[in-house]
Write a protein that binds this ligand. Structure first.
Ligand code: AMP
Ligand code: ZN
Length: 114
């Protein structure tokens, strides 16, 4: 999807600070970090939201979640981190390409309040 900012990052049309990449996944630093570690993990395939995930995507989502703690630890959040998947308008989703936030590197309850 050429109008999707994260598809454009996957395609290399927009620069990003990549921290992990393989055939199916890409992880890069969030441009507006909320904590010392703030990485987004995305499928390279365009999936707009969690609502749009199909049964066929289940292995892909499993791979993302398997990769999340590895990336978190590599980035320095080896004592714990928070994952967030904002979904849809009421979930505060800004970019409509599925992404998992990894947020950590500091004691989170002091920084992010719900
Ligand atoms: P959300 O859709 O609300 O879960 O959040 C989208 C996230 O994408 C925000 O935290 C933005 O800071 C981040 N973001 C938007 N554009 C870029 C970009 N070009 N590179 C890295 N992160 C981005
Ligand atoms: Zn996309």
């Amino acid at each position: 999807m050429s109008d999707c900012i994260f598809c454009r990052i996957v395609a290399g049309e927009i620069p990003s600070q990549k921290v992990f990449e393989d055939e199916d996944l890409l992880a890069f630093k969030d441009i507006r970090p909320l904590a010392p570690v703030h990485v987004l993990v995305i499928p390279k395939k365009h999936i707009a939201t969690l609502f749009d995930v199909s049964d066929a995507d289940a292995p892909l989502l499993g791979r993302i979640m398997r990769k999340v703690p590895q990336i978190a630890a590599e980035q320095g959040a080896d004592e714990g981190f928070r994952t967030i998947v904002n979904t849809g308008r009421m979930g505060g989703q800004e970019v409509y390409h599925l992404h998992v936030h990894i947020i950590g590197g500091a004691a989170l309850p002091a920084m992010i309040k719900y």
